[in-house]
Design a binder for this molecule. Structure first.
Ligand code: FAD
Length: 350
């Protein structure tokens, strides 16, 4: 059982900034995310796009914003459960909550902050009848551990950045890498398309287009796939089939937690602290709704800051917190680091 002060569901920009604000109040955080990496939409959908409305950053790439948020919260030593979806929540007799993921990992905290954005990203699966029989037996929808593919025969399907980038990366890891796409044209960064072209010419990537995988075969695990390329149908032996057709967000299991939901978002008390109808459970960032709500990163940061003050009161009942500027108080990391502004020097001037 992982225990913490604030359990954050969603490691997008809102969840990551919550760690920093909670840390200033000496509260520890643990984050759960269905994706294998932090950053939410910023790292999953548009890491290479510039954002222009983050205060004090005239322009910053979404991927760089994630890196900066990770750097800012590192001193407060957040814990991460990545690649797992928060599935169930149970209220305990002592008032705390136990959240269990789809992989069975349990987390306990007196406060839960849902920063789930548009929901957990679920992979879009190809329509192949028996595909579920081979999930985790040769079929994966996300690449979490590239080393798993070392010296294996890997087939990737898809025509976007993920399919291109992983094909390039695995060209040096797998014993054989094949990229299949239903069109001849790829929709990705030009440099990635050019790199795949280069690797194909060097014989390091097999490219099969326009084609799609229509069948999977194997006894206990995947052994081969059936490919349809225009009028031709043929089998290809392989160890892994990785369809990278993008991810679609779904509020998913959180919708069954007894929270008030309106238009696929969680209703909160925005006049006070972004608490939901269940005391101790907050919803911040894109996942919540209230009159005038704007789904913007800077709004998530503001909501996280106010929510942490309310979490402090739940965790330290009766204790008064006096807001201090970081310029005055400095920042004491849980890792023993201290940041502070240089002190004023008292010295006479001749
Ligand atoms: C193309 C694009 C461009 C954008 N440009 C801008 C811009 O210029 N400026 C701006 O301010 N905003 C922009 N946005 C919006 C911005 O990205 C969102 O407002 C922001 O990402 C919200 O952050 P969040 O942390 O609340 O949620 P998200 O970033 O959505 O992160 C939520 C995380 O929660 C996880 N999660 C959800 N449910 C579960 C669960 N049950 N278990 C485990 N994990 C779960 C998800 O996997 C996800 O990683 C843009 C969005 C897109 C798509």
């Amino acid at each position: 059982m992982i225990t913490t002060d604030i359990l954050i569901i969603g490691a997008g920009p809102t969840g990551l900034f919550t760690v920093f604000e909670a840390g200033l109040l000496k509260l520890k955080c643990h984050l759960i995310d269905a994706l294998p990496q932090p950053g939410g939409q910023c790292s999953e959908i548009y890491p290479k796009k510039p954002i222009y409305d983050i205060p004090a950053y005239p322009e910053i790439l979404a991927g760089d914003l994630t890196d900066k948020l990770m750097e800012q919260c590192k001193q407060f030593e957040p814990g991460f459960t990545l690649g797992e979806r928060a599935d169930t929540i149970e209220k305990q007799e002592d008032g705390s909550f136990v959240v269990t993921t789809n992989k069975g990992t349990k987390h306990k905290a007196p406060v839960v902050a849902i920063a789930g954005g548009l929901g957990s990203f679920e992979p879009r699966k190809p329509l192949i009848d028996n595909i579920t029989n081979y999930e985790d037996k040769g079929v994966e929808y996300m690449i979490k551990e590239p080393e798993m593919y070392r010296n294996k025969r890997v087939v990737i399907a898809g025509g976007g950045d993920s399919a291109l980038d992983w094909s390039i990366f695995l060209a040096d890891v797998a014993s054989e890498i094949t990229l299949i796409h239903r069109r001849n044209e790829f929709r990705g960064h030009l440099d990635s398309v050019e790199k795949v072209q280069e690797l194909k010419s060097a014989g390091k990537i097999n490219l099969i287009t326009p084609a799609e995988v229509i069948g999977l075969e194997g006894e206990d695990k995947l052994e081969s796939i059936t490919i349809k390329q225009e009028a031709k149908v043929f089998k290809k032996e392989c160890d892994h089939f990785v369809p990278l057709f993008g991810l679609s967000p779904k509020l998913g299991p959180i919708a069954n937690w007894g929270l008030e939901i309106e238009k696929n978002a969680i209703k909160v008390n925005n006049a006070l602290d972004y608490q939901t109808n269940i005391p101790g459970i907050f919803a911040i960032g894109d996942v919540n709704t209230y009159p005038g709500k704007l789904k913007l990163i800077l709004c998530g940061f503001h909501e996280a800051t106010l929510m942490c003050q309310a979490a402090y009161q739940i965790i330290n009942p009766g204790k008064r917190y006096v807001l201090k500027y970081t310029t005055v108080s400095g920042v004491d990391g849980f890792d023993g680091t201290r940041k502070e502004a240089p002190k004023a020097v008292v010295k006479a001037i001749d």
